[in-house]
Design a protein around this ligand. Structure first.
Ligand code: AMP
Length: 308
């Protein structure tokens, strides 16, 4: 199976209570691709970078069966740059800088070799580009999921509403769900958002886990209680990459399989936060991931006899 991924491949500058970095590799599509690649599927990356980007990162992704024919490199231009600062509780962050650079006039190219992808993850990116990617696919994938953020809700709300009508699933965090729906209750928010287009909705709640909504069905998965969260950047994208990677590998869109996919997404996200940027995410293997998934299973498994 193959997974088409569109999003940012970027440089980030971060300030967390544990330290500071001026320029490290980040971007929604980068985290999604690293996570999805662990599932032995073919990942097809659509993105744009400037010629300032690190080619060893691109080669590392290629070695993980991430195809890059759809990755445009703009000579003389700069890659997307984002700077964020985390609060002491690490659940909240402020965006300090968003420099669109190459993203400002990104016209996504879908190479012929990318056509026919069965799954698509539209990572956080300009909604018009997310829509263009969908329109340029000759065959609709079995499942199209997308992510977005407050930046696009505030700057391009109409374009965002248009693309929402075209996707099967939206994966966002609780703050974003509240902002998008103008509802505080996440249950009400979920109903409203499902009315905007996506039949499936995942609401991520950081250290408090994630909720999956589909019609009247709801599933909750916890996050692993970690002693230290070093850098939460990319955890949401990593979750999405793990979730979609698992679905693409298993090729089963039942609600029960989506529950399993959420556990895999959560497990991968729990690694992402252990080091800055993509560092921890790039050094995993199957055994380490399976052990972490087992920790999730043990965390929530209990027997109870209902006696009342
Ligand atoms: P997450 O922590 O999962 O929300 O993802 C953080 C990543 O998203 C960072 O590596 C940034 O480079 C990237 N990012 C930040 N702002 C945007 C934006 N407006 N559009 C697309 N990607 C972004």
């Amino acid at each position: 199976m193959s997974l088409l991924v569109v999003g940012t491949v970027a440089f980030d500058a971060l300030e967390t209570p544990f330290g500071k970095t001026d320029k490290i590799v980040g971007g929604s599509a980068t985290f999604i691709s690293y996570a999805a690649a662990y599932f032995g599927i073919e990942t097809r990356l659509v993105a744009v970078i400037g010629d300032d980007f690190y080619m060893d990162t691109i080669e590392d992704l290629q070695n993980r069966n991430v195809k890059t024919e759809g990755l445009q490199i703009k000579a003389g231009e700069k890659s997307f740059f984002w700077k964020g600062r985390y609060h002491d509780n690490m659940n909240q962050r402020d965006t300090l800088i968003t420099d669109l650079n190459v993203l400002a006039d990104f016209d996504p190219i879908i190479p012929d070799s990318y056509q026919g992808a069965q799954y698509a993850m539209l990572g956080n990116l300009t909604p018009t580009v997310q829509q263009q990617v969908l329109e340029r696919l000759q065959e609709r994938p079995k499942l199209v999921a997308m992510d977005t953020m407050n930046f696009w809700m505030e700057h391009t709300p109409n374009e965002l509403n248009d693309v929402l009508k075209l996707v099967d699933m939206l994966i966002i965090n609780d703050e974003e769900a509240r902002q998008l729906s103008e509802e505080y209750s996440l249950v009400k928010a979920a109903k409203k958002i499902q009315g905007m287009g996506p039949k499936y909705l995942i609401i991520k709640k950081g250290e408090h886990g994630a909720l999956l909504f589909h019609g009247d069905h709801v599933f909750f998965a916890p996050a692993l209680p970690l002693e230290e969260v070093f850098d939460p950047t990319g955890a949401g994208d990593t979750f999405a990459g793990g979730f979609m990677g698992y679905l693409a590998k298993t090729d089963d869109l039942s609600f029960d399989n989506m529950k399993r996919a959420i556990i895999y997404g959560s497990a991968l996200a729990s690694f992402c936060v252990e080091k800055f940027g993509t560092e921890r995410l790039s050094e995993l293997n199957e055994t380490i991931i399976q052990e972490r998934v087992q920790q999730f299973v043990d965390l929530v498994r209990f027997d109870v006899e209902i006696t009342v």
